[in-house]
Design a protein around this ligand. Sequence first.
Ligand code: NAD
Ligand code: UFG
Length: 336
Amino acid sequence: MLVLVTGGAGYIGSHTCVLLQEAGHEVLVFDNLSNSHPEVFNRITQISGQPVAFSEGDIRDKAALERVFNQFDIDAVIHFAGLKVVGESISEPLRYYQNNVEGSLNLFDVMAANGCKKLVFSSSANVYGDPDSFPIKEDFPLSTFNPYGQSKLMIENILKDVGRADPDWEISLLRYFNPVGAHPSGLIGEDPNGIPNNLMPYVAQVALGRLPQLNVFGGDYPTIDGTGVRDYIHVMDLADGHLKALSALNKKHGCEVYNLGTGKGYSVLQVVEAFAQASGRDIPYQIVDRRSGDIAISYADPTRSQEKLGWRAQSGLAQMVEDHWRWQSENPDGFE
Ligand code: NAD
Ligand code: UFG
């Protein structure tokens, strides 16, 4: 199958490209490199032994998407391209809606015009807002408090309507919990610009000595140790979820939603401790005020993905931090 991977140069996309190639699929990456580095393609090739076809372009540029679909006979699309920083989305909502929603509309339109109606879309656990109970199931009420989450919810709703209107579409909406870790080779991993916003890359930079200490946002949540609890999922497990979701698409599939999480939550301090063990480094931290917009707890009920996709996360926290640390310590400057 020839799979167009939008955002395939990014963190989750690059790991998915490796697994797609290893499973015998042809991969074509479409990315504007706004949050990624072209060195990633050499690294993917080093792992998979296969070159990566790459078309540099922006999903907001419909003509560029049309050219790609005219040139290649694309069987399916995995759509990762998007901006993902919650705080940035609050200060720059228009950029987020334009990039994520308008870009996605262009993509779906060009897909439809070319009769390509198989799609796997990157959604987020952010669409659950602040749930009343746990674990979180796919049919929980949806709400979100920021433009990033809104953009994901809008795209989900658009795709549900598209699926209802035209039964030829086969669509999976994958709601990721907290992706962390890296390919076990240490050749690819997350390479955030500037100071990381997310916990694991921040902790990794503290372990490297690049940042003096971790600020733990909140020590008074109703959790095991007062710090926030999340469902961290190894990026290789997440990538595997995309392969399983792609294979599960068929004419009877319609538009289906799946949680991709492990089902187990860890607190910030549990992550810090696991990272200190894996790296053999001290992770100094201080507890500071809660971060605005954060929720106390989030973890998935992955039963539907297990039953319908035959997918189950394999790696535990120790593996996640070990692989994250290998990538970060062997590539302290990321792909530079
Ligand atoms: P990433 O930033 O590493 O990858 C996204 C890629 O998309 C980058 O390579 C970027 O250059 C590209 N891109 C962005 N806007 C584009 C545009 N207009 N046209 C073409 N390419 C564009 O992010 P990631 O962590 O790999 O996330 C991938 C997807 O998963 C995103 O849609 C994100 O919202 C979603 N997601 C991520 C997380 C997470 O914590 N990493 C959690 C839930 C959902
Ligand atoms: N945290 C700290 N200090 C930091 C960074 C994070 O204490 O420097 C804490 C947060 O308060 C939270 C936990 O670590 O309790 C995880 O925070 P992240 O920023 O790593 O992740 P979030 O759960 O806030 O959000 C992530 C993505 C969102 C996505 C969501 C669900 O950033 O885009 O997971 O998938 F929507």
